[in-house]
Design a protein around this ligand. Sequence first.
Ligand SMILES: NC(=O)c1ccc[n+]([C@@H]2O[C@H](COP(=O)([O-])OP(=O)(O)OC[C@H]3O[C@@H](n4cnc5c(N)ncnc54)[C@H](OP(=O)(O)O)[C@@H]3O)[C@@H](O)[C@H]2O)c1
Length: 491
Amino acid sequence: MKNIDNRNSRFSRRCHPPPSELVASDREEVDAGIGILEFFAGKNIFVTGATGLLGKVIVEKILRSTSVGKMYLLIKAKDKEAAFNRLNCEIINSELFTRLKEKYGKSFEAFVKAKVIAVVGDICQPNLGMDFESIESIRKDVNIIIHSAACTTFNERYDVLFESNAIAPQRVMRFAKTCDKLDLFTHISTAYVTEREEGVVLEKPLNMGGLDVADEISLLLKSSPNNIDATKFYKKLGQQRASLLGYSTTYQLCKAMGEMCLNEIRGDVSLLIIRPACIESCHSEPLPGWIQGMRMLDPAVISYGKGLMPVSYANPKVPLDIVPVDLVVNLTIAAIAKHGNRHTTQPIVYYSTSSLDNPITFFDIFEYLYDYFKETPLIENLSISKTKFIEDFDEFSKCLREEILRCNGGGEDRKIIRRCNAIAQYVEQLCKIYEFAGFLKPRYHTGNTHKLIQEMSREEKLNFEVDVKIINWKMYFHEIYIPGVIKYLIQ
Ligand SMILES: NC(=O)c1ccc[n+]([C@@H]2O[C@H](COP(=O)([O-])OP(=O)(O)OC[C@H]3O[C@@H](n4cnc5c(N)ncnc54)[C@H](OP(=O)(O)O)[C@@H]3O)[C@@H](O)[C@H]2O)c1
């Protein structure tokens, strides 16, 4: 496996103009920066979703790079002891926190104890499942809320996705409205909530446009699987509602409803909405390549590396909008610092995307995968061929089945045919779930991010990189992302 700890390689070098290239007046203004460190100093933050891919990197970065006050992390657990164990095992002692551990050395435990509080809770329960004592202390203390928790399985049951992604954000907002000194509510949404649009999509709040959450609630209340398999029933219902209302997946529909409702009920709470596209492994920090959980692209990478994806169902010219998790986190932190000090009447929206600023197409991705696995096969002696792009699903399915059978020696052996069909079915399902990404029409405007970059000081740009233009995709795939998938998701 290639060495992915290349913190100091030319790969992670920044490409912003050095101060010597700025005229004096620019330099003064830029050097003042947003004031990220000043803003976070002593601030108390409530985070949901801290055991997830994004939440974990947010917590690590804030603890390592700012002098934050307290961080309350809402963790699903049966009691305080179990929440504390999850905090230790899944967050603090994860490999992701190695750099923070190195920074504090022997005082690491004391540092964590002073800063991080595990709170038992569940966003799907009344009062977020928190006990009275936690509610009271968070209410009194908290300045910033970062709501990152969600159900991220695209084809999960409608009732489950609806509860976690459409209803729960409102529950968090209702709690936010009772907090004594809240500066900002940060909601992690997704770029794909604007899937219904085409062309360049501006950073604007969503409007309900024919969507009525009350209708969906009454539909769910009336629906009953009777004697049918409940999982199948609710999955199908979600898919039907999503396609009827203009979304590809139940996940997108529910995330869109969640975001819209937040805007409706927020009252005078300042709302910052971050809409990332497909989040992938860390680019530079704290651990290049680190990733957890199988996302959109990862199962395709693994399938391709195992020779199970000789054909791809996508338009090769379409960019797959991906962003490394550390860049999403830095954008979130910088945007919080910028907007946390001023009360905003309208929600502020940021896309954390690459399709306009530094696009990478499906063609590029599969070229990088081919080059990588040709040189470093995932399975010994497996010869990988370039993928063939097919844009018609039936033709794709036929070709996929033929190719998989051919790669497995073809023939009439029933066992082999059954196995090949099972593999093809898995790949087809994967392609169907993520079909929207393979043919995605919208591109996301990043004007707010550009403004943010202009306002950041040189120091802030170095410590909180948000600019996706710094990514050299070929190197990212070959030296960071694919080795990261192998290390963290396969091994
Ligand atoms: N990953 C992406 O590519 C991507 C792209 C765009 C937007 N987003 C958004 O970014 C956010 C974070 O995504 P992620 O990739 O970090 O997700 P993730 O890895 O699946 O983590 C989800 C987090 O939410 C928590 N959670 C789920 N249900 C909960 C509940 N009922 N109560 C309390 N906590 C609950 C999970 O806790 P447990 O560990 O207890 O399950 C976990 O900490 C989500 O809002 C997602 O929609 C993600």
